[in-house]
Write a protein that binds this ligand. Sequence first.
Ligand code: ZN
Ligand code: ZN
Length: 418
Amino acid sequence: MKELSVIVVVADGLGDRPVPSLGMKTPLELVDFSSVADVVSKSAVGLWDPIQPGIRPGSDTAHLALFGVNPLNNYPGRGPFEAIGAGATLKPGDLAFRGNFATVNSDLIVVDRRAGRKILEAKQLVEYLNGNIGEIDGVKVEIYHTTEHRVAVVFRGEDLSDAVSDTDPHTEGVRVLEAAPLASSESAARTARVVNAFTKRVHELLRDYLVNTRKSERDLPPANIVLLRGAGKMVRYPKLQERRELKIERSVAISATALVKGVCTLLGFEAVTPEGATGGVDSDLIAKARVAVDYYRRGYDLIYIHVKGTDSASHDGNPSAKIAVIEKLLKAVSYLVDRVDLEKTVIAVLGDHTTPVMVRDHTSDPVPVMIYAPGIMADGFTKLSEREARRGSLGRLRNTELFGILMDYSSRAEKFGA
Ligand code: ZN
Ligand code: ZN
């Protein structure tokens, strides 16, 4: 059997629920599918639960499952992935926390867990801390700003442990907690000491920082400490090209989103961001399709295109923006379909999870999926939506099953048994 190329196109947060202002239709149901109706009619459609029914996926866990790694057994917690989403490159063994800028009084009692939430100087504060913390007992510390008062903090050094408790008391009016070892190992004890030294050092640095002084003068709560929670130690993922049950040598992920590029890199993809791809609703999606065709012609086995605008529009609660991004995405799919050999290519179009515009956050609803492959038993729909997907022949797939099916249709999966 000759292996086929696989192209996977994900509209982030694609799935949705009926929207009252759309006459109880979903954004996807109102999308014009005429540019891709032919390839949809030759595809099988169905639903995919990225993790399992009832579990709300993050984009990180959904992408692990999409590419064949069950996140339920292989997830180090949000700390490391928050850091990756903020632009960190993590290695196995790195320890990462989620963190908050917060306000404490002189007795280290937490007055505001979010230091007023909108911290205009957050980027400056992070730069200042990164430039001044240095190493703590041989451990390198890196802070990454994510949004508002939120940061991710990475500790890099020998033999760190994630068996340490939070310094964030998760409530106000009490003292900042000392990190304590949660295991009897020397590495947990040392890690707790490093974390406590970090807290002390950050507080000293921020206390007198000019920006904060100014901020206090304006009667805003000063960001004068970083509270840590959810220690997680980066794990090592098997790269696609190392997985002996798969025949994949070269794969590329085309995305402008740091979290997605980070996850894909961990899994062995090359990650590229074409010029014009912004990660927002204004992203140039034809530019992504053009790069995809380029890698296709260079003989890459697995080509992944990620589009973030659908999720951004959903978090904003904006159904018309979501519809517009999906239509733009379909034009990019149509561009691809016109330029690949459909006798030698498997194409999947799906969401990584559902982000209903009425909920403005990720939910566990399964996402619609379509798979085109030469010789597949097609369902004959001319469009894809949450409603069509419920009647499709793929049924309801879960977790890594979808990846297995793509590997099988492209003749890249080993046989199980004799
Ligand atoms: Zn996502
Ligand atoms: Zn989202």
